[in-house]
Ligand binder design. Sequence first.
Ligand SMILES: [Zn+2]
Ligand SMILES: [Zn+2]
Length: 458
Amino acid sequence: MTDCPYADCPGEVQSSAKVGYCLTCRQPVFACQQCGAQNRAFARFCRRCRCEGEFPKRSMGAVGSKVLDLLGREAREIAAADQFWVAPASRCGFMWALSLSGIVWRINPAEGSAARFATLGEGFGRSPIRIRNLVGAEGSRSGTHLLAASPREVKSVNLANGRSFSWIAASPGGRLLSDLNEDGYVTVESDGAYIYALEKRAAGYYLLRRHLDREAVDEFPAGGQPAGGPLRVEGDAQAGAGVDRPGDQPAGGSLRVEGRICAYTEDSLLALGDSGVARLPYAVEGPALLSPREPHSYLVAPGASPWLTFGSDVYLPAQGSVFLYMSLKDFPKDSARLPVTEHSAVSRDSAGRFVLTTPTSGAASGAIELFKGPAPATRVKDQQLRATGAEFLDGPFAAAFVSSVGAGRIRFYYEGCAPRDARLAGNIENQIGFYPCGAAFVLAHFGDKSLGFSIWDV
Ligand SMILES: [Zn+2]
Ligand SMILES: [Zn+2]
């Protein structure tokens, strides 16, 4: 046992776990990797030895097969009573969610509480949030922030202290893309040095970029077509080969893509480079899916962005029954159309890789497949598998919904072990996704006028 790191709390913390919570105040804590002292959720330096650290991401796979026993218990249920359109996120032992009324909610699984944390205002909560470390920012703006956009503004909330900041304002007559229904699959992004958003003006679409420590906003014309994104592509990647193909519009010559911010349209990836936005036409047939209203036959988690980047790999949803795969390492040589079965679902594993779940159909067994580049490898096979978009993979551990007589239920898998069904308080249908969160494993789901959380302590 060690002392609780929170002010005015006389409590004690179980000192063995890497992540946990104080048994008295129920606030999340994490152990210093150097000296083992327990620190507050948002501490950047250990309070005993001053070494740098941050709240670790919990690996469910690393818990071992005993995770099945822990998850076999009945889940606790809590709910945030507000209207929500977008998926929540897990960070530093809390779940964070942004409601349609512009309120940032903080959910503490260990405490069983859901509370209003900060207010962003009108127009927020209609496009996916991002939680990013703005460590490059000066002074009080430095830290872990929840970023979101409204048609008028990009704002953020510092999750350590609840202070909010305004970063980008829409230009006169312009509208920041910030609505899943109206603008499609759009969000905001940061690479730690800049914040990015998309804007629609009479003249077309623009990618906007604001340096964390400078007032000025750079603007880059992104063409006349509706755009999705921005998305962040990492890794050392070269994307020049596709630009000068016969028939394509020249897009400013060879382009180096390295930890790059992109957007996408129906027929091209738009990559921000030194000389502006370069248009990289897809080497495989689209058209890419820009909005949930366009025709497609697969399921994606509601309230989230269905496109996905992992390293230099980009997976874009396409209309019909296809995903477009591109590696920006060698664009467009390494690209493919990934056909998906009707009613299958796409999700991502704990590292962010592309996961495809094919439901059981007739005699064919359902499967959860994890992709490496364009190639799938089957991780789970189950005669009762359903596809919902909420599937979760973390190494040897997996969670998914299965159909048994009359009802949907959750099944947990661990490689080499018999799967285990979970007990829930109610019948959950609008599942968003599973999240490791501090010392808990959480299933988020949309309720009628609330956002619900099923919580298992692990
Ligand atoms: Zn405490
Ligand atoms: Zn320490």
